[in-house]
Write a protein that binds this ligand. Structure first.
Ligand code: KG4
Ligand code: ZN
Length: 346
């Protein structure tokens, strides 16, 4: 068939991103022609978290230039693009409005179809862009905003098997970092501190471990960390390292328990499937301790462990462009969605 090229736009949180992805034909791997990301981490660092108003303004200021750069890097002109795909939700509504309105304007002016993409669908389909993974597979999405296990059975065929009943895992990392006066974003700094710590000094709870309910919970663990930190304050560097290492060990343990349940359920649903796969995505998937625990679990249970490269696991526009291509191929693109409104809680 013909080559498909899609321009993707992502503005749902604190990254302003644009990308062009091409699929030459169904038998060749897709190609990321450009992938431009501007992180707003510096703008939000002083506040210890993403400030929606600041994020929206930063998207307005940066997006035109980011899209221009993505087109220039790709060597593809707007006229050669087959569709414009933009994240329409879930996320911060200010950013979603900026990205979706910009995509609509570009699509209308260039007479191209518009594809309104669910951000989570972008994460869910990334392993097909990076690893050519076939359906069905299991996805563990662990980011600042999401903590979910999803069964991905086809384009548009997603079943959420588990979610968090309180904090997202990345949020828990960020809050623990804040308690310990580690800089934002917390996750990578907690991991760094944990490298010199003793993971068994504190016996933190393993939330939901052994529970028949499939979901996650992290607020109890967070509270236990706060109590431990308060009890021994002022904290030495070694105390901080030990708390981080013990927290990380509790998280890895709790995650492994939840994921093991999902692997069993997947096995039961697809008994004859050769080489079932678990995909991990989201910023927290960068954590080495968590990754190694899940890798070991997968090896034990006969699952293939798929971890797309970090830059495509965290928020980016290549995954949005790719979701657009997948939906065009599946005949599921909303090609006249000019009245599509942003859905912050989609
Ligand atoms: O996927 P992501 O970049 O953005 C969204 O939230 O959508 O994830 C960011 C989250 C933050 O909470 C950050 O602290 C966490 O991922 N994170 C980590 C690590 N790197 C990033 N958490 C634990 N260990 C890490 N190495
Ligand atoms: Zn995300």
């Amino acid at each position: 068939g013909d080559v498909i090229r899609v321009l993707g736009i992502e503005t749902s949180c604190d990254e302003t991103a644009a990308s062009v992805v091409a699929l030459d034909d169904a038998s060749a791997p897709p190609r990321i022609l450009s992938n431009v990301i501007l992180s707003q981490v510096e703008e939000h660092a002083a506040f210890g978290g993403v400030v929606p108003e600041i994020a929206a303004r930063a998207h307005v200021e940066a997006l035109d230039g980011i899209i221009e750069a993505a087109l220039a890097d790709s060597g593809v002109t707007l006229a050669e693009v087959d569709a414009v795909a933009a994240t329409a939700g879930p996320g911060l509504v200010g950013g979603l409005i900026v990205g979706l309105m910009t995509a609509k304007a570009i699509a209308a002016a260039a007479n191209k179809p518009l594809i309104a993409v669910n951000h989570l669908e972008g994460h869910a389909l990334t392993a097909r862009l990076t690893d050519g993974l076939a359906f069905p597979y299991l996805l563990l999405l662990v980011s600042g905003g999401h903590t979910q296990i999803v069964r991905v059975a086809g384009v548009g065929d997603y079943r959420r098997w588990a979610t968090t009943i309180d904090d997202a895992l990345g949020e828990a990392f960020d809050k623990v970092a804040k308690m310990l006066a580690l800089p934002y974003p917390g996750g990578p700094n907690v991991e760094k501190a944990a490298a010199n710590g003793n993971p068994s000094r504190f016996a933190f709870p393993r939330p939901m471990k052994g529970s028949a309910q499939p979901d996650f919970s992290f607020s109890g663990l967070k509270t236990a960390v706060r109590q431990a930190a308060t009890a021994i304050a002022p904290l030495s560097d070694q105390d901080v390292a030990d708390i981080c290492a013990s927290f990380q060990a509790a998280v890895a343990d709790a995650l492994a328990d939840r994921v093991a349940r999902a692997l069993h359920r997947f096995r039961a649903d697809y008994p004859g499937k050769a080489e079932p796969a678990l995909v991990v995505a989201g910023g927290v998937a960068a954590n080495r301790a968590i990754r190694e625990t899940l890798e070991r679990l997968c090896a034990e249970k006969g699952f293939r462990f798929v971890a797309p490269p970090h830059s495509l696991c965290t928020d980016n526009a290549a995954m949005i462009a790719w979701a657009g291509i997948e939906r065009l191929n599946a005949g599921k693109a909303d090609i006249d969605a000019f009245d599509f409104a942003p859905r912050s809680r989609w």
